[in-house]
Design a binder for this molecule. Structure first.
Ligand code: AMP
Ligand code: ZN
Length: 483
């Protein structure tokens, strides 16, 4: 597969470090609020990448952290602690907030067909690992203590900026209102590995360390968790583009300084979901969630399709109009699939399947061109082959795209059948009080009409008249009116 690598800034042939396993790491959510549909765009596209690798025959081990400590609102070392902010907002403890929003995140993932990673690790589970990493970094001369905190010394690296050409001035330390520049840092780009001099007097979660009671910085958690579960090398590291700097840049700095060799081969960054007023973000407070889309009547998989229709390396503008278009496309696609009727004894047509599979690989294997992948579904529907083959191929491609195509088509078919049956059902509605005798006659009359026994139907109409009822045939069934 050809995959764009943000570290080299070009598309490369994907070759895993070990032939038998692809090691994949994903920066998980900071669980101080619901995930917004922008966050979920990143997770949808990462999910497609993982599923495509599996579809291509690779074994994948994917690890995700849950950030429940250490993430400050600037992404660098300034601003409020996000978890603390969430806890204060809801008058709960940090751990209660973390549990609630972690569960909510995985519920959203379930609705969007995002597979749960093989390993999910909360940051607060791995304090010993971070302490070990930091101790080694200090021993190797890459980290220093100042003012009670432990910092990573970026001047010790030959190359710090990996994904961009940031200059020191670009680091907005001290620029934001109310945020003090950290006088302890030797270089502006240095970052905190361990806080002991907590800026937050009310910090709930603190642990003992060789440097005093405190808590880890955000960046160290991903290096620690990744190495704990995936060892000293990594094939693919994923995240939204805002993670590239400073988070991933700092992860590379500390991991490679610790290991003494290159760490991760491919960096996969998903561009942002924006609204007309800019990037969707949790901190802005106003954002869209999966539940909100559901409340407005959208199937979450319509949002997944909306994401698949554009390339992950382009920013995507969200609007309800665009989502409506995706809903129309989804519903049409599902009804076309629902109309496929395999015949008994039909065999899978390997010859017809081959070029369609190649087309699907050509799309997804080219830096995950999902929108082209979706068009292959139409190629399947249009192809000359039998319904059995079409359904099998659609199911196969859907193991990557995750649109629940076959179950949704099955539901659509069942619903259509239910409606058709309801239309032909013999129902009798009586005006006013029910009259069992008249209703029995009316039902018999419906049966007689179905059997085209008009003479009997007329007799029954007369019998009803004698009982004091006129009968009217409507789409909803027979209506009995009192004369
Ligand atoms: P957070 O919960 O803030 O740590 O973010 C979770 C994931 O969502 C990270 O990979 C972010 O890079 C990504 N992300 C944040 N905002 C957006 C957005 N507007 N569009 C796409 N991905 C985003
Ligand atoms: Zn991370």
């Amino acid at each position: 597969m050809q995959l764009y690598n943000s570290a080299t800034r070009r598309k490369e042939e994907f070759i895993p470090n070990h032939p038998d396993i692809v090691k994949m790491y994903t920066c998980g959510p900071t669980v101080y609020h619901f995930a917004h549909i922008g966050n979920l765009r990143s997770y949808i596209m990462e999910d497609v990448l993982e599923k495509y690798l599996r579809y291509s025959g690779y074994n994948v081990k994917r690890v995700m952290n849950i950030t429940d400590v250490g993430h400050l609102s600037s992404d660098a070392d300034t601003g409020e602690d996000k978890m603390l902010k969430g806890a204060k907002r809801e008058h709960k403890t940090v751990m209660e907030i973390a549990k609630f929003y972690t569960d909510a995140f995985f519920e959203d993932c379930r609705k969007l067909n995002i597979k749960r990673p093989d390993v999910v690790e909360p940051a607060t589970n791995c304090i010993a690992e971070y302490i070990h990493l930091i101790e080694r970094l200090i021993e190797k001369g890459y980290a220093y203590e100042a003012g009670g905190n432990i910092y990573f010394d970026t001047a010790k690296l030959d190359k710090y900026y990996i994904f961009n050409d940031h200059k020191e001035e670009d680091l907005a330390v001290g620029v934001r209102e109310g945020v003090e520049a950290d006088e302890n840092k030797r270089n502006k780009a240095d970052f905190v590995l361990w806080f002991t001099k907590s800026k937050f007097e009310d910090q709930e979660l603190k642990w003992d360390s060789p440097w005093g009671t405190g808590y880890p910085g955000w960046h160290i958690e991903c290096s620690g968790i990744s190495m704990k579960h995936l060892g000293e090398d990594l094939d693919i590291h994923c995240g939204g583009i805002d993670n590239a700097f400073p988070h991933h840049t700092n992860e590379i700095a500390q991991s490679e300084a610790y290991l003494g060799h290159p760490w991760c081969k491919y960096w996969f960054h998903v561009l942002h979901l924006n609204t007309n007023s800019g990037k969707m973000s949790k901190s802005k407070g106003e954002f869209l969630t999966v539940s909100l889309l559901e409340e407005k009547g959208y199937d979450p998989l319509v949002y997944r399709l909306f994401c698949l229709q554009s390339h992950y390396r382009k920013s995507l503008v969200f609007s309800f109009e665009n989502l409506d278009n995706a809903a129309t496309t989804y519903n049409k696609l599902i009804s076309r699939i629902a109309a496929l009727r395999p015949e008994a004894g039909e065999a899978f047509d390997e010859a017809a399947a081959q070029p369609l599979r190649e087309k699907f690989h050509a799309a997804l294997g080219n830096d995950l061109n999902t929108s082209l992948g979706v068009t292959v579904l139409y190629d399947v529907l249009k192809s000359e082959t039998n319904a059995t083959t079409k359904l099998a191929l659609l199911g196969e491609f859907d193991t990557v795209l995750g649109l629940s195509l076959l179950p949704a088509a099955e539901r659509a078919r069942a619903e259509a059948e239910r409606l058709a049956k309801a239309e032909t059902q013999a129902t009798v509605v009586t005006e006013g009080e029910a009259n069992p005798e008249a209703e029995a006659l009316a039902l018999e009359r419906i049966e007689a009409r179905k059997a085209k026994n008009w003479a009997r139907a007329d007799e029954l109409r007369e019998a009803l008249k004698a009982l004091g009822f006129a009968v009217e045939d409507t789409r909803e069934g027979a209506k009995l009116k009192r004369i």
